[in-house]
Design a protein around this ligand. Structure first.
Ligand code: BJW
Length: 234
């Protein structure tokens, strides 16, 4: 039985038409990180931050999962049905829902989800498909204290205990479409490498490329699909 942990980043959704963060036409070329992606930025100007995420949420309706998302979902399906003697856990830094729409179950969203909001008064995290504004009441406690359910800089990513246990138990760690500059995700390869094989898939070597046993360069739709076929034999 092969146990695989796959970490995905913005690059896996790029061929679906979503912008990455740090590429030439990346999201951060147009917005200052400190204004949008920190709790302090939200405290200063919640309307600006809400509008930014409302735009991203609305944009999700126009994009579809691509062959790389579908290949990983196929791998999960092969594991679930016994066609492949393995296990795959997808840990994503992405806030989009393309893994789920491709058919993957139990995706770990370590940086939160665009399709949820969080009430800072009662802690509810309802799923959310419409716009959210500073005056929008929480559906659970009715207080207007909703924020995007997204992990900003300086906040602790979600599900860290589960991720650490999976990294500890895996035989293969795979990073797909991530620049390797944002921690703690950038450090996962070092957590896995003492006992597991490690591979990265990217258009270009990531910041941590030397830490991986193998780097596969090319668009994820091609490279990941080929790898899944090789591993599962289907
Ligand atoms: C393709 C492709 C194709 C393109 N095919 N590939 C100094 C040193 C070390 C750490 C720190 C430090 N100062 C502060 C920190 C910590 C900080 C951090 O890491 N900062 C660095 C920037 C220095 N981290 C944090 O604050 C985190 N929290 C934390 O550390 O808490 C402490 C703690 C942790 C654990 C336990 C206990 C305590 C929180 C980080 C939150 C990140 N949030 C964001 C925003 C959310 C969404 C949003 O607002 O829209 O998450 S930032 C942004 O970066 C987003 C992403 O998930 C994340 C990673 O980006 P990603 O996915 O790698 O995208 P890109 O654009 O960078 O790269 C895309 C890649 O794809 C490229 O390589 C392309 O080549 C490739 N690609 N097309 C294949 N078709």
């Amino acid at each position: 039985m092969q146990r695989i942990v796959v970490l995905t980043g913005a690059g896996i959704s790029q061929e679906s038409g979503l912008q990455t963060f740090r590429g030439e036409d990346g999201l951060w070329n147009h917005e200052r990180i400190a204004d949008i992606c920190t709790p302090e930025g939200f405290a200063r100007d919640p309307m600006r931050v809400d509008r930014f995420y409302n735009g991203l949420r609305a944009g999700l309706a126009d994009v579809q999962p691509n062959a790389a998302h579908r290949a990983l979902a196929h791998m999960g399906e092969c594991a679930a049905t016994g066609r492949w003697d393995g296990e795959i856990l997808i840990v994503t830094q992405n806030i989009d829902d393309l893994h789920e729409r491709a058919g993957s179950r139990d995706v770990v969203h370590m940086h939160g989800e665009l399709m949820r909001v969080r009430c800072t008064a009662c802690g509810a995290t309802p799923s959310w498909h419409a716009d959210c504004l500073p005056q929008t009441p929480c559906p659970a406690c009715h207080r207007p204290q909703l924020r995007p359910d997204i992990v900003w800089f300086g906040e602790i990513p979600y599900h860290m205990d589960r991720i650490a246990a999976a990294l500890q138990a895996c035989d293969l760690f795979v990073a797909i479409g991530t620049s390797g500059v944002v921690y703690p995700a950038a450090g996962f390869v070092q957590q896995a490498s003492p006992h597991a094989d490690t591979m990265e898939f990217n258009l270009q070597p990531s910041a941590g490329t030397d830490l991986f046993d193998q780097t596969v360069l090319g668009p994820a739709t091609k490279t990941v699909s080929r790898w899944v076929r090789d591993v599962t034999g289907t």
